[in-house]
Ligand binder design. Sequence first.
Ligand code: ADP
Ligand code: ZN
Ligand code: ZN
Length: 733
Amino acid sequence: MPKVDATSPADEAPAKTVQVLLPLLVPSPYDYAVPQENDVEVGSIVRVPLGARLVTGVVWGEGSGEVASERLRAIAEIKDVPPLKESLRAFIGWVARYTVSHESLVLRMILRVPEAFDPPVPLRALRLAGDAPERMTPARRRVLDLMADGMARPAREIALVASVASSVPKGLIAAGCLEEVVLPHRPSFAVPDPTVARPDLSSEQQAAAETLGQAVAAKTFETLVLEGVTGSGKTEVYFDALARVLEQGRQVLVLLPEIALSVQFLARFEERFGVAPAVWHSDVPRRLRRDVWRGVATGEVKVVVGARSALFLPFCDLGLMVVDEEHDGSYKQDDGVCYHGRDMAVVRASLEQIPIVLCSATPSLETLANVDKGRYRHIFLPVRHGGASMPDVTTVDMTGAGTERGHWLSPTLVKAMQACLEAGEQSLLYLNRRGYAPLTLCRTCGHRLECPNCSAWLVEHRHRARLQCHHCGIWSPRPEACPQCHDSDSLVACGPGVERLAEEVAERFPDARMEIMASDTLLGPDDVAALVGRIERGELDILIGTQVAAKGHHFPMLTLVGVVDADLGLDGGDPRAMERTWQLLHQVAGRAGREDRPGRVLLQTHEPRHPVMRALVSGDRETFLAREKEGRQEAGMPPYGRLAGIVLSGTNEEQVRRLAHDLARNAPRGRDLVTFGPAPAPLSLLRGRFRWRLLVKAGREVNIQAALRTWLEPVQLKGSLRLQIDVDPLSFL
Ligand code: ADP
Ligand code: ZN
Ligand code: ZN
């Protein structure tokens, strides 16, 4: 701070200066002068000049005094929204330090909805006024019919709904038949009511709910792990805790994976609390996002159900966080600021001094290791609600199972499906592969159809008649002839996707009602809701689904789950391959027999003796986890060691390779610290960029972030070169 000259008159005192953090890649906050008539506090959201433009930023502290105050530019505008709270500012710093990123880039995730900083614009609308016009036309008739209910509607909407030109409503205003009104913008977020439909909890559920309730009442930081078999009522239990927070008048954040597909969850919430929660994910329309952001900041919004990005909302009085399906990999963001939503949620809860509940039927080893260390409190729900039994899981050995060429269903599975059909029950065929076939090959020359931008095969999507890259989205029609040897009719589809499986099902069960459920066959929440409705009403016999069908759904009539390829996902060098496969298959299996009809699960596998299959069949979670933990411990892998992935990429392969080797020469090495690589990434080309990888591995006691900063901060990246740091990577592609 520049010293105040004691002799200068008060009204000429040097302007107050503050640092403003900007959501741009700049090294540190900049100093700005605060105009005399204004007052700002740390956390205020402001507009400041930067070069020739205005940028929105956040007051970060007192001015550094490095620039003479008379040369400073002044804050242009102070936004009329609550300043970012200290706990949120501390969170920004924490995330930046942990992920070896920049505060400015974390701030960018918070300021992502710029419309939220301005008062909402009033909506202009038209309403019926006066009598019929002198001159009536069919178009005018349609408009007046529409408006006869007396409702006010925006002119654009009137034109659209009545299918008339925009001049028609205007003409009706001139004729005095419609009048202009200004509608106050009133986002209505009704407050969820904790008493609407309180269920009778079983004694186990009640005990779990009491433990959560105590944590809520204590209003301090604690991490609770709510583990329970699928269908044990975990959701009901944390709803109970949520109700208690609502009684305190505080806010709740529930994080869900795949929130865009969680229609059943939202319906359940509404049944329990009388109103829908505010929803937050990237597909929510901007206007609504603006309202949610403001409502969260002012306290009007009480419950947000969101994707990982909801972690960066400016809650004014958060009382509880829940991370449902905490083991789910979609909580990890692996570009930009690479953070794990679950882990950062725990950090935020500690900064807010509130309890957090991590919920799963198959908690991650990371979470279980924290339970073992006594850092997290563990609550366990051992049985399904209402006496439903756990499904009976068996394997079908596919070596010599008698499956016909070009077919994927074993006779055992087909027989079980037949029995299910005859009993009027539903079955789910699970295959985590979208499209028709993962590979198209030329029979004549062996050429494989690959993406020109990525080192990946093109996946055939037959119902859309195209070949598509699942990494960059590029697509083309299926060629008639081989692009390499030009032989015609030589291309063959290899391997199954859900579409191809549907073909086999149609052939075997021509009368069964069947549908595919995959992220690319569902166009949005309405589509999901419609499909879920058809399944619930029993209008479907066989559901063929990818991961989106595995998660969270509760279908009473579903009694058979057939996992078409249980080995998928066990290959490759991923240290979590076994854990992840076990979690996913356990989750899918948990869809079967959730009510009074017992469920059955068939796992088609080439390795029935594999530890994952054995654990699923026996239901012996302890042995499996103990083995997994031991293996990781011996290898010094997470959660018993630390990893950081470094991905270098660029459009010039030679430059990327050279940078990778240069970096490797100064790579951190030391006690309990090694760097592997460089090596071309398994996905060595992605969206036209060549990729190389390094992997840093360290003991738990090592400050891996400090080592990464010392090593990588001085690196100057030229041209197209990029460097991505991923602390605690989940993906090694
Ligand atoms: P989980 O989240 O553990 O898979 P859910 O909370 O989804 O379990 O519960 C499974 C089903 O049982 C749901 O349909 C839920 O409404 C019902 N259920 C669970 N507990 C109760 C209860 N105490 N009273 C009534 N229904 C319950
Ligand atoms: Zn060919
Ligand atoms: Zn591609």
